[in-house]
Design a protein around this ligand. Structure first.
Ligand code: HEM
Length: 180
């Protein structure tokens, strides 16, 4: 997983819980990298899950909630860091439809070693978008948080429901997004 995903997490943890909390969490982790991340490096995604699970113990907030909160936060950071991806889409559905066919394609060009999920999208009428997440990594809750960040960015009122599916090797969640 790219270092930017780690450095942004650490920035969020420090801003939300304080620098001491971040130090305490790192002390309790046994990370191969030692917790010294650079935004352009590549690290095992399991390190991210370990940091979040120790943070969950220290903060008493469930892992799922922390991962979603982080996804939500990262969406606005992407807007600040990579505004070019926000020039075309005019709505949350349009943006979300561009993630697999455009944004992650460009991300892969920038970082050839990025391990990205796949998303299939399908509109069902005007008010519903189906988005199927598939990945080798268990980050469906992170996707959920990013989707919520996108919906809030466009100031829309859209409900997200997710259902995990068995997909053989890897992880799969079918998201149904419905305008309210
Ligand atoms: C400007 C918008 C976006 C940018 C620049 C972006 C970029 C990235 C980058 C750099 C990674 C890390 C890849 C790696 O570490 O190997 C990533 C992973 C990921 N992205 Fe995006 N992304 C964007 C929007 C989204 C949105 C809206 C979603 C959800 C619908 C999404 C879902 C994910 C997920 C779930 C992962 C984790 C890897 C996995 O599950 O396999 N991204 N993205």
């Amino acid at each position: 997983m790219k270092g930017i995903v780690f450095t942004e997490l650490m920035d969020m943890v420090e801003a939300t819980f304080g620098a001491d909390m971040m130090d305490d969490v790192l002390e309790d982790c046994s990370l191969e990298s030692g917790g010294a991340y650079t935004s352009v490096g590549t690290y095992d995604h399991k390190e991210l899950l370990e940091i979040v699970s120790i943070l969950s113990k220290h903060s008493d907030i469930p892992v799922k909630d922390l991962v979603r909160k982080y996804g939500h936060h990262l969406f606005s950071r992407f807007h600040a860091l990579m505004p070019q991806f926000f020039e075309g889409p005019k709505s949350a559905f349009e943006f979300l439809e561009s993630v697999h066919s455009y944004i992650h394609v460009e991300v892969k060009k920038l970082y050839p070693d990025a391990a990205l999920p796949s998303f299939e999208t399908e509109r069902q009428g005007e008010d519903t978008l189906i988005m199927i997440y598939k990945s080798q990594c268990p980050f469906a809750d992170f996707a959920h948080g990013l989707m919520q960040g996108c919906i809030d960015f466009y100031k829309e009122n859209i409900r997200i429901e997710g259902e995990d599916k068995n997909s053989g090797d890897g992880f799969c969640r079918v998201f149904t997004l419905t305008k309210q």
